[in-house]
Write a protein that binds this ligand. Structure first.
Ligand code: FES
Length: 280
């Protein structure tokens, strides 16, 4: 696999995730079986890919599907600029380029045998969705302890992956805390910001790891709450977003001190982040 060369992939399905149409998921399939095999041999939830529209540009997106869902790979893309607008215009059958999977992903082996608290907000929840789907898979579920999800969106129309998340409420092996910022008629889950919900539901730290991905402001206020609850820094994981170009540790665009977000991350423990220059 040449990580500098985009693999050709075909858009199979486009899903409108939110009522304001700013978030869409794209399920892509490989044009070539060798690429597909190489991708799934290496893929771990928490990794990302460089997604390119030929002649328009390339940008990194977290992978939003678990390997067992394959052969497609899902990306959830927020429309925030000209390249993402171009991506949002893609239709089933269109050909795009993908480099990856890149980065380290979540440490699945280290998390085995532990309870997990997965905390997310906004479109950064996409890689946590992939992680949750990985854990919930019948052959993987026994490897992990109790699973608690805290997921927030600004309003109910912006909640991602609605059908799956609704179905998770029926499961006895996980606890879901969904939140929106302000009250809405018909909403019977939490109301409030994610850090406040974490404080309210106060997950116990014993034999538990916390994994946090969301907008920087959400992460900034959630990490100290987890520390107050007694989670040690080495058991708090978060994923960083940085301007990336090469995605493979060569261009120097994404470094923080001695670490490259694209290669050493994007997943770091709070203990690792505490040792880095505080310009993140
Ligand atoms: S994106 Fe080039 S070094 Fe990380």
């Amino acid at each position: 696999m040449n990580l500098y060369q985009p693999m050709p992939m075909r858009v199979e399905r486009v899903i409108n995730e939110t009522s304001d149409l700013t978030l869409k998921s794209f399920e892509l399939t490989f044009e070539n079986k060798t690429d597909q095999k190489a991708f799934f041999e290496k893929y771990n939830p928490g990794q990302f890919c460089q997604f390119s529209v030929f002649g328009k540009g390339e940008a990194p997106f977290g992978i939003a599907s678990a390997a067992w869902e394959g052969p497609f790979v899902r990306f959830t893309v927020q429309n925030v600029g000209s390249l993402t607008q171009t991506i949002h215009n893609l239709q089933p059958g269109d050909l795009v380029g993908v480099r990856g999977p890149l980065g380290n992903g979540f440490p699945l082996d280290k998390l085995k045998g532990r309870n997990l608290v997965i905390i997310g907000g906004g479109c950064a929840f996409s890689t946590l969705y992939a992680l949750t789907k990985h854990i919930m898979y019948k052959e993987h579920r026994k490897d992990y302890g109790q699973l608690t999800i805290v997921y927030g969106a600004r309003n109910s129309g912006l909640c991602l992956y609605k059908a799956d998340i609704e179905s998770w409420y029926d499961r006895s092996d996980m606890v879901i805390h969904q939140a929106i910022d302000v009250p809405e008629e018909g909403w019977d889950h939490h109301v409030g910001y994610v850090p406040d919900v974490v404080k309210k539901v106060a997950p116990a730290p014993k034999n538990t790891s916390a994994i946090v991905c969301g907008p920087p402001i959400m992460t900034k206020f959630t990490l100290p709450i987890l520390s107050e609850l007694g989670f040690p820094p080495k058991e708090i994981y978060t994923s960083l977003e940085k301007r990336m170009k090469c995605g493979v540790g060569k261009c120097g665009r994404c470094n923080i001190g001695s670490k490259y977000v694209c290669k050493d991350g994007p997943v770091f423990t709070l203990a690792e982040l505490n040792d880095l220059p505080q310009d993140i």
